[in-house]
Write a protein that binds this ligand. Structure first.
Ligand SMILES: Nc1ncnc2c1ncn2[C@@H]1O[C@H](COP(=O)(O)OP(=O)(O)OP(=O)(O)O)[C@@H](O)[C@H]1O
Ligand SMILES: [Mg+2]
Length: 202
């Protein structure tokens, strides 16, 4: 397959279970190698780079998955988990970061009282919004949303989809929006690709 995600666009990707959507996402994120072919980010092939050289890519391209719980350490308060990536990327500065976190929580319609809780003490919709918030703190250029709302009930799903759409009004960010749900993909996306058995068919 060959595909390009343009700056600022939402590219939808849909297809039946097992067709390879998450595998493609993992290849794009450089979590697994591709058997063949190459992935370019801003025209550059990041293959074979060291962990340090990968940092800009790791910061700018973020995954939002179907299982946000697994992105949070169950033994850590959510507030602490929230600042971990900032520390890893050397962006943490207490007062400034607290301000940014408060602003970003507002964008995803969450109250900062949640930061005092543990992952098992928030709902599925809340933890997904927290994972979106945490990704946004890094000022990403690309969000890969892999069935990001599939596990949520319709009203919570709609709320998160609206939040994701609204975010694009204020910042330049590209989405690869992956879902098996045609209606949702079509509503979210500027352009839609359809996959079947590892190939793009439309
Ligand atoms: N690490 C792996 N090793 C071998 N096969 C794998 C691996 N991960 C996934 N697969 C297989 O590759 C195929 C594609 O899986 P993938 O998770 O990409 O599908 P998907 O389109 O995301 O499905 P779903 O909509 O259910 O999430 C499946 O047959 C799966 O069993
Ligand atoms: Mg999948």
């Amino acid at each position: 397959m060959s595909l390009t995600i343009k700056e600022g666009e939402t590219l939808g990707l849909m297809g039946p279970s097992g067709c390879g959507k998450s595998t493609l996402a993992r290849i794009l994120l450089r979590l697994i190698p591709a058997d063949s072919g190459e992935v370019l980010y801003k025209g550059k092939n990041y293959r074979g780079l060291s962990g340090k050289q990968m940092l800009p890519f790791r910061k700018e391209v973020q995954l939002i998955s179907q299982r946000p719980q697994s992105f949070f350490d169950p033994s850590m308060k959510l507030g602490k988990s929230m600042i971990e990536p900032l520390k890893i990327f050397g962006l943490y500065e207490k007062t400034y970061s607290e301000e940014i976190i408060a602003q970003t929580l507002y964008k995803v319609k969450l109250n900062d009282s949640l930061l005092e809780r543990y992952p098992h003490q928030v709902s599925g919709g809340e933890i997904q919004r927290l994972s979106i918030c945490r990704a946004l703190l890094l000022n990403p250029k690309v969000l890969i949303l892999d069935e990001a709302t599939s596990m949520l009930d319709i009203s919570v799903q709609a709320q998160i989809l609206h939040i994701l759409k609204d975010l694009k009004k204020t910042q330049s960010i590209s989405y690869l929006f992956i879902s098996h749900d045609r209606k949702v993909v079509e509503w979210m996306s500027d352009r839609v690709l359809e996959m079947k058995q590892g190939k793009i068919i439309k």
